[in-house]
Write a protein that binds this ligand. Structure first.
Ligand code: 76R
Length: 247
């Protein structure tokens, strides 16, 4: 048996994608819509407080294309809290006007492919990567992925040393995008249908295409990467929620 990579886990993560039932939303009078938006904005305000205390983080993005209308990304120290927040959102009146489109459950993950000589429990940089405050950058890209297990192309049969070499090359490509793309890798083996969730943030949406395309030529992705659906979206700050929902 090959040696498994050792992983460090941080905050648990829920990506919740919703479509808005615009036809029903439109039927409400504007006063009711205002009330419902107010309730939703209060919920966001509570999440902001949690974020200020570094007890979790969240991001709200408007999704482009028909797969969903918006995405809520939530990070919390426990899976239980994610479940509570999901239920709390589902009980809001606003949720009645949304239709679940997709969701993804995972936990922020770092692996030991690149050697680190620091104690992960003490090192502030590692801790900040395990418990990230989500950057409120203009664009988000999310997709789930697997490492292939198919005949001779089986990632999980490769010796640790070989995987380490391959991951080094992967990391080198990634590093060229420092400051342009921020990535959060979350592990989902045992939690959801794919092995990882990939969440990318950028100021310039084209950088997603450039990074993902460049990685396709790197062996880790070219030979071993398998991908689910891609979602791309734009930041929905609180002050834009009202205009987003305005009819
Ligand atoms: O954590 C680190 O920065 C160390 C190097 C590194 C690891 C271990 C790294 C760097 N990644 C790692 C692990 Mn990554 N990453 C992806 C995708 O679309 C594709 O082809 C793949 C999706 C992107 C775009 C990306 C970006 N990475 C992983 C893992 C876990 C693998 C495992 O354990 O087997 C996956 C699934 C994955 C996928 N990677 C980087 C990036 C970028 C931008 C970097 C540089 C980060 C930086 O230096 O700040």
């Amino acid at each position: 048996m090959s040696e498994p990579a050792k992983t460090l886990e941080g905050w648990f993560c829920l990506h919740d994608f919703r479509t808005i039932n615009w036809a029903e939303w439109r039927k409400l009078d504007s006063e009711e819509r205002e009330q419902i938006m107010g309730e939703f904005l209060n919920l966001l305000e509570n999440w902001n407080e949690t974020q200020t205390k570094f007890e979790g983080s969240h991001a709200l993005y408007s999704i482009v294309g028909q797969k969903a209308d918006f995405m809520i990304m939530l990070l919390r120290p426990t899976m239980d809290e994610l479940n509570e927040l999901e239920n709390a959102f589902n009980k809001t009146r606003f949720a009645e006007y949304t239709i679940p489109a997709y969701s993804y459950v995972s936990v922020v993950e770092l692996s030991n492919y690149l050697p680190a000589d620091k104690d992960p429990n003490e090192d502030p940089e590692i801790q900040a990567r395990l418990k990230p405050i989500l950057p409120k950058w203009q664009y988000v890209c999310f997709y789930p992925m697997d490492k292939r297990r198919d005949g001779n192309d089986n990632w999980y049969m490769l010796p640790m040393e070989e995987r380490r070499t391959l991951m080094r090359s992967h990391g080198m490509i990634g590093r060229q995008y420092a400051g342009k793309v921020r990535q959060i890798i979350s592990g989902s083996v045992g939690f959801d249908d794919w092995e990882w969730g990939v969440t990318l943030f950028a100021h310039d949406v084209l950088q997603f295409k450039k990074l993902v395309y460049e990685m396709r030529f790197d062996e880790v992705s070219a030979r071993y990467g398998e991908f689910g659906s891609f979602f791309v979206g734009t930041l929905l700050e609180e002050d834009k929620v009202k205009s987003f929902l305005h009819i």
